[in-house]
Design a protein around this ligand. Sequence first.
Ligand SMILES: Nc1ncnc2c1ncn2[C@@H]1O[C@H](COP(=O)(O)OP(=O)(O)OP(=O)(O)O)[C@@H](O)[C@H]1O
Ligand SMILES: [Mg+2]
Length: 284
Amino acid sequence: MSICFEKLSHEYSPGTPFAFLALKDINLTFAEGKMTAIIGATGSGKTTLVQHLNGLLLPTEGRVTVNDHVIEAGKKYPKIKDLRKGVGLVFQFAENQLFEETIIKDVSFGPKNFGATEEEARERAVRSLKIVGITEDMFEKSPLELSGGQKRRVAIAGILAMRPRILVLDEPTAGLDPQGAANMMELFKRINKENGITVLIVTHNMEHVLDYCDEVVVLGKGRLLMQTDISTFFENEEYMKKAGIDPPSIVRFKRFLKEKGLELPADVLSIEELAAEIAGRYRR
Ligand SMILES: Nc1ncnc2c1ncn2[C@@H]1O[C@H](COP(=O)(O)OP(=O)(O)OP(=O)(O)O)[C@@H](O)[C@H]1O
Ligand SMILES: [Mg+2]
Protein backbone atom coordinates (compact mmCIF):
# COMPACT_ATOMS: atom_id res chain seq x y z
CA MET A 1 0.00 0.00 0.00
CA SER A 2 1.62 3.21 -1.05
CA ILE A 3 0.97 6.48 0.70
CA CYS A 4 1.82 9.81 -0.82
CA PHE A 5 1.18 13.43 0.12
CA GLU A 6 1.59 16.02 -2.61
CA LYS A 7 1.67 19.75 -1.86
CA LEU A 8 -0.76 19.06 0.94
CA SER A 9 -1.95 21.86 3.18
CA HIS A 10 -4.64 21.75 5.81
CA GLU A 11 -6.38 24.78 7.19
CA TYR A 12 -8.79 24.39 10.09
CA SER A 13 -11.98 26.49 9.96
CA PRO A 14 -11.06 28.24 6.71
CA GLY A 15 -12.70 31.57 6.04
CA THR A 16 -13.51 32.17 9.69
CA PRO A 17 -11.73 34.25 12.35
CA PHE A 18 -10.50 30.88 13.75
CA ALA A 19 -8.77 29.84 10.53
CA PHE A 20 -5.48 28.11 11.23
CA LEU A 21 -3.03 26.67 8.71
CA ALA A 22 -1.88 23.49 10.48
CA LEU A 23 -0.05 21.81 7.56
CA LYS A 24 1.86 23.66 4.86
CA ASP A 25 2.91 22.24 1.52
CA ILE A 26 3.74 18.71 2.63
CA ASN A 27 5.41 16.44 0.06
CA LEU A 28 5.99 12.99 1.48
CA THR A 29 5.97 9.34 0.47
CA PHE A 30 5.84 6.60 3.06
CA ALA A 31 7.76 3.41 2.42
CA GLU A 32 5.57 0.34 2.09
CA GLY A 33 5.94 -2.40 4.70
CA LYS A 34 8.06 -0.26 7.00
CA MET A 35 7.50 1.11 10.45
CA THR A 36 7.81 4.89 10.31
CA ALA A 37 7.86 7.27 13.27
CA ILE A 38 6.25 10.69 12.94
CA ILE A 39 7.77 13.09 15.42
CA GLY A 40 7.78 16.80 16.16
CA ALA A 41 6.95 19.26 18.90
CA THR A 42 3.45 19.60 20.34
CA GLY A 43 1.26 21.39 17.81
CA SER A 44 3.57 20.61 14.86
CA GLY A 45 0.76 18.90 12.93
CA LYS A 46 1.32 15.16 13.50
CA THR A 47 -2.28 14.31 14.36
CA THR A 48 -3.56 16.56 11.58
CA LEU A 49 -1.29 14.76 9.11
CA VAL A 50 -2.29 11.21 10.02
CA GLN A 51 -5.99 12.02 10.08
CA HIS A 52 -5.76 12.61 6.32
CA LEU A 53 -4.94 8.95 5.80
CA ASN A 54 -8.44 7.65 6.35
CA GLY A 55 -10.37 10.69 5.24
CA LEU A 56 -11.12 11.99 8.70
CA LEU A 57 -9.65 15.28 7.53
CA LEU A 58 -9.55 16.34 3.89
CA PRO A 59 -6.78 18.42 2.35
CA THR A 60 -7.57 22.07 1.82
CA GLU A 61 -4.78 22.17 -0.79
CA GLY A 62 -2.96 19.42 -2.65
CA ARG A 63 -3.72 15.74 -2.49
CA VAL A 64 -3.27 12.47 -0.61
CA THR A 65 -2.92 9.15 -2.37
CA VAL A 66 -3.43 5.91 -0.48
CA ASN A 67 -3.06 3.09 -2.98
CA ASP A 68 -5.69 3.69 -5.63
CA HIS A 69 -7.55 6.23 -3.52
CA VAL A 70 -6.78 9.79 -4.54
CA ILE A 71 -8.22 12.51 -2.33
CA GLU A 72 -7.93 16.00 -3.70
CA ALA A 73 -8.55 19.37 -2.10
CA GLY A 74 -11.94 20.82 -2.78
CA LYS A 75 -13.47 17.58 -4.05
CA LYS A 76 -15.80 15.27 -2.21
CA TYR A 77 -14.41 11.76 -2.00
CA PRO A 78 -17.12 9.15 -2.46
CA LYS A 79 -15.14 6.04 -1.46
CA ILE A 80 -14.20 6.97 2.11
CA LYS A 81 -15.67 3.77 3.53
CA ASP A 82 -13.59 1.68 1.15
CA LEU A 83 -10.49 3.70 2.06
CA ARG A 84 -11.15 3.09 5.77
CA LYS A 85 -11.24 -0.66 5.24
CA GLY A 86 -7.56 -0.53 4.30
CA VAL A 87 -6.34 2.02 6.83
CA GLY A 88 -6.76 1.38 10.53
CA LEU A 89 -6.36 4.54 12.60
CA VAL A 90 -5.89 4.19 16.32
CA PHE A 91 -6.53 7.49 18.08
CA GLN A 92 -4.68 8.71 21.12
CA PHE A 93 -6.48 7.27 24.18
CA ALA A 94 -8.42 4.94 21.88
CA GLU A 95 -9.79 3.15 24.94
CA ASN A 96 -12.26 6.01 25.40
CA GLN A 97 -14.08 4.79 22.31
CA LEU A 98 -15.05 1.34 23.57
CA PHE A 99 -18.81 1.29 23.83
CA GLU A 100 -20.27 -2.23 23.55
CA GLU A 101 -21.32 -4.22 26.59
CA THR A 102 -18.75 -6.98 26.08
CA ILE A 103 -15.21 -7.02 24.77
CA ILE A 104 -15.96 -9.51 22.01
CA LYS A 105 -18.94 -7.47 20.78
CA ASP A 106 -16.84 -4.35 20.72
CA VAL A 107 -14.11 -5.92 18.60
CA SER A 108 -16.65 -7.61 16.26
CA PHE A 109 -18.40 -4.31 15.61
CA GLY A 110 -15.97 -3.03 12.93
CA PRO A 111 -15.95 -6.12 10.70
CA LYS A 112 -19.76 -6.43 10.99
CA ASN A 113 -20.15 -2.79 10.07
CA PHE A 114 -18.06 -3.45 6.96
CA GLY A 115 -20.18 -6.36 5.84
CA ALA A 116 -18.75 -9.47 7.52
CA THR A 117 -21.23 -12.11 8.72
CA GLU A 118 -21.80 -12.52 12.46
CA GLU A 119 -19.68 -15.66 12.50
CA GLU A 120 -16.84 -14.22 10.44
CA ALA A 121 -16.80 -11.05 12.55
CA ARG A 122 -16.53 -13.11 15.73
CA GLU A 123 -13.77 -15.23 14.28
CA ARG A 124 -11.79 -12.15 13.33
CA ALA A 125 -12.42 -10.61 16.76
CA VAL A 126 -11.13 -13.72 18.53
CA ARG A 127 -8.00 -13.77 16.41
CA SER A 128 -7.31 -10.06 16.93
CA LEU A 129 -7.87 -10.24 20.67
CA LYS A 130 -5.39 -13.10 20.88
CA ILE A 131 -2.81 -11.11 18.91
CA VAL A 132 -3.02 -8.25 21.40
CA GLY A 133 -2.81 -10.63 24.36
CA ILE A 134 -6.40 -10.58 25.66
CA THR A 135 -7.25 -14.08 26.83
CA GLU A 136 -10.48 -15.95 26.15
CA ASP A 137 -11.73 -15.78 29.73
CA MET A 138 -12.09 -12.01 29.28
CA PHE A 139 -14.07 -11.99 26.04
CA GLU A 140 -17.50 -11.76 27.66
CA LYS A 141 -16.48 -9.16 30.23
CA SER A 142 -17.45 -5.52 29.99
CA PRO A 143 -14.67 -3.23 28.74
CA LEU A 144 -15.29 -1.25 31.94
CA GLU A 145 -13.78 -4.11 33.95
CA LEU A 146 -10.38 -3.73 32.30
CA SER A 147 -7.30 -1.70 33.21
CA GLY A 148 -6.38 1.27 31.01
CA GLY A 149 -3.66 -0.70 29.21
CA GLN A 150 -5.98 -3.67 28.59
CA LYS A 151 -8.70 -1.37 27.28
CA ARG A 152 -6.25 0.12 24.84
CA ARG A 153 -5.33 -3.38 23.64
CA VAL A 154 -9.01 -4.12 23.04
CA ALA A 155 -9.35 -0.90 21.05
CA ILE A 156 -6.34 -1.90 18.95
CA ALA A 157 -7.84 -5.37 18.43
CA GLY A 158 -10.96 -3.62 17.13
CA ILE A 159 -8.85 -1.97 14.44
CA LEU A 160 -6.87 -5.14 13.63
CA ALA A 161 -10.12 -7.06 13.19
CA MET A 162 -10.75 -4.91 10.12
CA ARG A 163 -7.55 -6.37 8.64
CA PRO A 164 -6.05 -3.06 7.54
CA ARG A 165 -2.96 -3.06 5.31
CA ILE A 166 -1.89 0.22 6.91
CA LEU A 167 -1.95 0.77 10.64
CA VAL A 168 -1.73 4.34 11.91
CA LEU A 169 -1.16 4.88 15.62
CA ASP A 170 -1.38 8.28 17.28
CA GLU A 171 0.70 8.19 20.49
CA PRO A 172 -0.35 4.61 21.31
CA THR A 173 1.87 4.29 24.38
CA ALA A 174 1.01 7.62 26.04
CA GLY A 175 0.24 7.11 29.71
CA LEU A 176 1.34 3.46 29.87
CA ASP A 177 4.02 2.26 32.31
CA PRO A 178 7.45 1.65 30.66
CA GLN A 179 7.03 -2.14 30.50
CA GLY A 180 3.48 -1.85 29.15
CA ALA A 181 4.69 0.66 26.58
CA ALA A 182 7.57 -1.61 25.49
CA ASN A 183 5.18 -4.57 25.17
CA MET A 184 2.89 -2.46 23.03
CA MET A 185 5.78 -1.46 20.75
CA GLU A 186 6.82 -5.13 20.45
CA LEU A 187 3.28 -5.89 19.39
CA PHE A 188 3.33 -3.27 16.60
CA LYS A 189 6.73 -4.47 15.42
CA ARG A 190 5.40 -8.03 15.24
CA ILE A 191 2.32 -6.95 13.29
CA ASN A 192 4.60 -5.02 10.94
CA LYS A 193 7.11 -7.82 10.39
CA GLU A 194 4.85 -10.88 10.36
CA ASN A 195 2.06 -9.45 8.25
CA GLY A 196 3.97 -6.89 6.20
CA ILE A 197 1.60 -4.18 7.40
CA THR A 198 2.82 -0.62 6.95
CA VAL A 199 2.89 1.02 10.38
CA LEU A 200 2.95 4.78 11.00
CA ILE A 201 3.38 5.77 14.57
CA VAL A 202 3.15 9.24 16.09
CA THR A 203 5.29 9.38 19.19
CA HIS A 204 7.27 11.61 21.52
CA ASN A 205 9.34 8.67 22.78
CA MET A 206 12.77 8.70 21.13
CA GLU A 207 13.80 5.38 22.70
CA HIS A 208 10.87 3.80 20.86
CA VAL A 209 11.82 5.51 17.62
CA LEU A 210 15.38 4.22 17.86
CA ASP A 211 14.53 0.70 19.02
CA TYR A 212 11.57 -0.14 16.83
CA CYS A 213 11.21 2.09 13.77
CA ASP A 214 12.85 1.99 10.33
CA GLU A 215 12.30 5.57 9.26
CA VAL A 216 11.50 8.92 10.80
CA VAL A 217 9.49 11.88 9.56
CA VAL A 218 9.96 15.14 11.43
CA LEU A 219 7.37 17.91 11.42
CA GLY A 220 7.88 21.45 12.71
CA LYS A 221 5.21 24.16 12.75
CA GLY A 222 3.17 22.40 10.10
CA ARG A 223 6.06 21.83 7.73
CA LEU A 224 8.03 18.74 6.83
CA LEU A 225 11.50 19.24 8.32
CA MET A 226 13.02 15.93 7.25
CA GLN A 227 12.50 12.30 6.39
CA THR A 228 15.33 9.86 6.88
CA ASP A 229 16.21 6.37 8.06
CA ILE A 230 16.64 5.86 11.78
CA SER A 231 20.40 5.34 11.97
CA THR A 232 21.14 8.40 9.81
CA PHE A 233 18.91 10.46 12.09
CA PHE A 234 20.42 9.34 15.38
CA GLU A 235 23.99 9.38 14.06
CA ASN A 236 23.65 13.04 13.25
CA GLU A 237 23.67 15.57 16.10
CA GLU A 238 22.61 18.34 13.71
CA TYR A 239 19.46 16.45 12.70
CA MET A 240 18.41 15.93 16.28
CA LYS A 241 19.02 19.58 17.06
CA LYS A 242 16.99 20.63 14.03
CA ALA A 243 14.17 18.36 15.13
CA GLY A 244 14.35 19.87 18.62
CA ILE A 245 14.36 16.50 20.36
CA ASP A 246 16.11 15.08 23.38
CA PRO A 247 18.31 12.29 22.04
CA PRO A 248 17.78 8.74 23.36
CA SER A 249 19.92 7.68 26.34
CA ILE A 250 22.42 5.73 24.21
CA VAL A 251 23.18 8.84 22.14
CA ARG A 252 23.52 10.96 25.29
CA PHE A 253 25.83 8.38 26.86
CA LYS A 254 28.04 8.35 23.76
CA ARG A 255 28.20 12.12 23.97
CA PHE A 256 29.51 11.89 27.57
CA LEU A 257 32.07 9.28 26.54
CA LYS A 258 33.26 11.56 23.74
CA GLU A 259 33.69 14.42 26.20
CA LYS A 260 35.88 12.08 28.26
CA GLY A 261 37.98 11.28 25.21
CA LEU A 262 36.39 8.02 24.07
CA GLU A 263 34.92 8.48 20.60
CA LEU A 264 32.85 5.62 19.25
CA PRO A 265 31.65 5.02 15.67
CA ALA A 266 28.48 6.90 14.74
CA ASP A 267 26.61 3.73 13.84
CA VAL A 268 26.89 2.21 17.32
CA LEU A 269 23.32 2.75 18.45
CA SER A 270 22.40 -0.10 20.79
CA ILE A 271 23.58 -1.14 24.26
CA GLU A 272 24.86 -4.45 22.84
CA GLU A 273 26.94 -2.75 20.12
CA LEU A 274 28.23 -0.20 22.62
CA ALA A 275 29.29 -2.90 25.09
CA ALA A 276 31.00 -4.91 22.34
CA GLU A 277 32.85 -1.85 21.06
CA ILE A 278 34.14 -0.81 24.51
CA ALA A 279 35.08 -4.39 25.47
CA GLY A 280 36.93 -4.74 22.15
CA ARG A 281 39.00 -1.64 22.86
CA TYR A 282 39.91 -2.81 26.36
CA ARG A 283 41.07 -6.13 25.01
CA ARG A 284 43.38 -4.42 22.52
N1 LIG B 1 -9.91 21.42 15.29
C1 LIG B 1 -8.97 22.36 15.24
N2 LIG B 1 -9.27 23.64 14.97
C2 LIG B 1 -8.30 24.58 14.91
N3 LIG B 1 -6.98 24.34 15.10
C3 LIG B 1 -6.63 23.09 15.40
C4 LIG B 1 -7.59 22.02 15.49
N4 LIG B 1 -6.94 20.87 15.79
C5 LIG B 1 -5.64 21.21 15.87
N5 LIG B 1 -5.44 22.52 15.63
C6 LIG B 1 -4.16 23.25 15.64
O1 LIG B 1 -3.34 22.71 14.61
C7 LIG B 1 -2.00 22.58 15.04
C8 LIG B 1 -1.55 21.15 14.85
O2 LIG B 1 -2.30 20.32 15.75
P1 LIG B 1 -2.04 18.77 15.87
O3 LIG B 1 -3.06 18.25 16.79
O4 LIG B 1 -1.97 18.18 14.50
O5 LIG B 1 -0.59 18.74 16.53
P2 LIG B 1 0.27 17.51 17.07
O6 LIG B 1 1.59 17.60 16.39
O7 LIG B 1 -0.51 16.26 16.93
O8 LIG B 1 0.48 17.89 18.62
P3 LIG B 1 0.57 16.94 19.92
O9 LIG B 1 1.98 16.42 19.96
O10 LIG B 1 0.33 17.90 21.04
O11 LIG B 1 -0.48 15.88 19.81
C9 LIG B 1 -1.96 23.06 16.49
O12 LIG B 1 -1.47 24.36 16.51
C10 LIG B 1 -3.40 23.01 16.93
O13 LIG B 1 -3.67 24.02 17.86
MG1 LIG C 1 -1.33 14.91 18.31
